[in-house]
Design a protein around this ligand. Structure first.
Ligand code: GLN
Length: 486
């Protein structure tokens, strides 16, 4: 599997051209999409134009950045000017944004070659990509199983080598959980590290964009390119962005004292035995690498899920009020007055899960229930943050499984939303506290499905997180295994 660093060298030495790389990715997409359905839109023309521009720069002897000429997939909830952005929702069918999100603009400027927009659960609400209004993405390791969600298209596309890296968004686990289920690296940055400008809002106090890669280093290269202060996002942090990829080279081993805390509460009931075994083995590997292991209790961890399912739907119910058939997307034609038009359009345009969340959120915010639900959930959120703060007084990095199970069968959980919600038990508290978290592949179950370990860092602790993840990755060879696809 060729890394970004290696591809960059080949481009600079003119051993391969950016157009060749783009064509290779587009051919593979053409071949695999009938099985995988990871992409909602394939942008072959603009990809080839961008690749040609990179080749022209190389021919002119100009310096190119690490991402120049690298094929990338973008989750279809990030606005791309002139290219459809649907959030996998029928309500945004044929919507073409008039402006570019900050992250995609940065990638364009860096010369990255966007090969397409990837599939997701409608408006990023889900854990299996089955809530897409258009298609169900398959897991490259077993086509009868889900890739996780909501960034399932990006995770599957990277795992299947339809592109080298991809962007996803993570509100409660939507980068880390699909990364775990597809056996790739996925990082949710600290809240505010990456601009949300042009990311279609789901739950604004939790949403964060982050990278997928087949190695920690590839994810680090992409993170450096997208992170940084943006005046267009009021929650964006004014901080220096290090060159994350440089920090983990060459073959970093943690020096000095590295204290790793196992979150006790994440090894309780409901966890697949094989996931428990593999993550515990990974923790032993960290110990061999020199980490001091402690068991840490975060007593409020398990309240993350109920708090999230009040806070996220509340924010979603407000954010999704904008789809009124006037400003964006489809419009019901058969209504005979304005109110009917709103109602009909929303009834036709939104899928079941989105409607469920709008109703949950509207209820939680309504006058008589605000204190009992929304306000209480915010208090729980503060307690969870406090638990993490306490834990980080004792350790530098926390560890847990990323997902309680490996990839489940398509259709297995669609009838029972609660069992689907449980997929994010381990990842949600990290969003509630605004912390960075990364999934690193740490083995396979007896069906050959990937298992993932989650490492959680202090606020803005991305550098250490990537270093530890990289050290673990280099000590193992899980990331070198690829799914058998024709
Ligand atoms: N699966 C969670 C949900 O359904 C998280 C989604 C996300 O992170 N976007 O809300």
């Amino acid at each position: 599997m060729t890394s970004i660093r290696e591809l960059h060298k080949q481009l600079v030495r003119k051993e391969r051209s950016a157009v060749e790389l783009a064509n290779e990715a587009l051919d593979r997409i053409q071949r695999l999409e009938p099985k995988l359905h990871s992409f909602l839109h394939i942008t072959a023309d603009s990809a080839l134009a961008q690749a040609k521009a990179v080749d022209a720069k190389i021919a002119a002897g100009e310096e190119i950045g690490m991402l120049a000429g690298i094929p990338i997939g973008i989750k279809d909830n990030m606005c791309t000017a002139g290219i459809p952005t649907t959030c996998a929702s029928k309500i945004l069918d044929k919507f073409v944004p008039p402006y570019e999100s900050t992250v995609t603009q940065k990638l364009k400027d860096a010369g990255a070659v966007m090969v397409g927009k990837t599939n997701l659960d409608e408006f990023a609400m889900g854990s299996s990509t089955e809530n897409s209004g258009y298609q169900v993405t398959a897991n490259p390791w077993d086509l009868s199983r889900v890739p996780g969600g909501s960034s399932g298209g990006s995770a599957a596309a990277v795992a299947a080598a339809e592109c080298v890296v991809a962007l996803g968004s993570d509100t409660g686990g939507s980068i880390r959980q699909p990364a775990a289920l597809c056996g790739v690296v996925g990082l949710k940055p600290t809240y505010g590290l990456v601009s949300r400008y042009g990311l279609v809002a789901y739950a604004s106090s939790l949403d964060q964009i982050g990278p997928f890669g087949r190695s920690v280093e590839d994810a680090a290269v992409l993170l450096s390119a997208i992170a940084g202060y943006d005046p267009k996002d009021s929650t964006s942090l004014k901080v220096e962005i290090p060159n994350y990829a440089k920090l983990i080279r060459p073959n970093f081993r943690p020096r000095g004292r590295l204290r790793v805390g196992i979150i006790k509460e994440t090894f309780g009931g409901g966890l697949d035995t094989v996931v428990e075994e593999k993550v515990k083995a990974a923790i032993e590997t960290l110990q061999h690498l020199g980490a001091e292991i402690q068991i840490i209790s975060c007593p409020t961890f398990s309240y993350g899920l109920p708090a999230y399912y009040i806070i996220a739907p509340s924010e979603a119910s407000a954010n999704l009020a904008r789809y009124d058939a006037v400003k964006y997307g489809i419009r019901a034609e058969d209504a005979d007055n304005l109110v009917e038009m709103y109602k009909e359009t929303r009834a036709q345009g939104f899928g079941t899960e989105v409607k469920r969340r709008i109703m949950l959120g509207t209820y939680a915010l309504s006058a008589g229930y605000y204190d009992a639900y929304y306000l209480k959930a915010q208090k729980v959120r503060a307690l969870i943050k406090q638990d993490f703060d306490n834990a980080f007084e004792k350790v530098d990095v926390l560890v847990s499984p990323t997902s309680p199970t490996t990839a489940f069968k398509a259709g297995e959980k669609t009838a029972d939303p609660l069992s689907m919600y449980l997929s994010d038990l381990m990842t949600i508290p990290v969003n509630l506290a605004g912390l960075p978290g990364i999934n690193v592949p740490c083995g396979f179950d007896d069906k050959g499905l990937p298992v993932g370990m989650q490492l959680i860092g202090k606020p803005l602790g991305e550098s250490l997180l990537l270093q530890v993840a990289h050290a673990y990755e280099q000590a193992t060879d899980w990331h070198l295994k690829t799914p058998k696809l024709q």
